[in-house]
Design a protein around this ligand. Structure first.
Ligand code: DC
Length: 233
């Protein structure tokens, strides 16, 4: 069984996908981590912008980078030249900004999609996969598709609290929430207006607005939908 969870940054899809996978004993695939791995390589070359006349040749070189992925222990590990790339390296602001650019190029998307499909096919059990186009492009036949969303200021507050390391959203200033919210909206716009695999819900996705949901409720909604499928399937 494949559960495809899509949605914008901060919608709660990553933490939900991880916990749903844990409860069901499924493999968890974070497709964003793969885009970040290609962005990480681009940054090492100093190709942060990926624009201008040189971009096309860089894209091909980037798509050919020795990025691999494995799913030992039901968890995705992304490697460069057979060495795992750590979460700290994949989640710097520089790599985050570059990942949005890198993910607009079809040769990079093809590599990521190929890695994701290979991992899901090679895993004996079910898979929870999350990103922007899991239900629309990569796994159109997924048995369960979920699209998670939340108001931009809610998503911004969550992200800032997360970065502050466990502090509540109440400790984050209004001004920083507004600034982060504007960044998120700009990134959503870039992700949803791009020509290839834009961010949007699949026509058969279940929509979950997490603005006023707690973490446990988000997880429970997806688990209930998944169990309903497993029981009838
Ligand atoms: O979910 P994230 O923030 O880790 O994703 C990093 C970038 O990769 C983000 O700009 C959107 C892009 N992405 C994508 O285009 N398609 C996906 N399936 C997942 C992520």
């Amino acid at each position: 069984m494949i559960i495809a969870i899509d949605g914008p940054a901060g919608s709660g899809k990553s933490s939900t996908a991880r916990e749903v996978a844990r409860r069901l004993g499924f493999l968890h695939l974070d497709s964003g981590a793969l885009y970040r791995a290609f962005a990480y390589v681009a940054c090492r070359h100093g190709w942060d912008e990926m624009t201008g006349p040189a971009a096309e040749s860089r894209v091909q070189e980037l798509a050919d980078a020795a990025i691999t992925a494995s799913s030992a222990g039901g968890r995705l590990t992304v490697e460069l030249d057979d060495q795992p790339i750590g979460d700290e390296e994949l989640r710097t602001p520089r790599v985050t900004a570059c990942a949005s650019k890198v993910s607009a190029f079809p040769p990079i998307r093809d590599r990521v999609n190929e890695l994701l499909r290979g991992l899901a096919a090679g895993f004996a059990g079910g898979t929870v996969t999350e990103g922007r186009d899991m239900g629309t492009v990569v796994f159109p036949g997924a048995e369960l598709k979920v699209y998670m969303m939340a108001a931009p200021e809610v998503r911004a507050a969550r992200r800032l609290a997360e970065r502050a390391g466990g502090g509540g959203a109440g400790e984050v200033s209004e001004a920083s929430i507004r600034a982060e919210s504007a960044r998120l909206v700009a990134r959503d716009l870039a992700d949803s207006e791009r020509a290839v695999a834009p961010l949007r819900p699949a026509s058969d996705a279940k929509l979950i607005d997490t603005s006023y949901l707690g973490f446990e409720e988000q997880v429970e909604r997806v688990v209930v939908l998944a169990r309903a499928h497993l029981d009838t399937g």
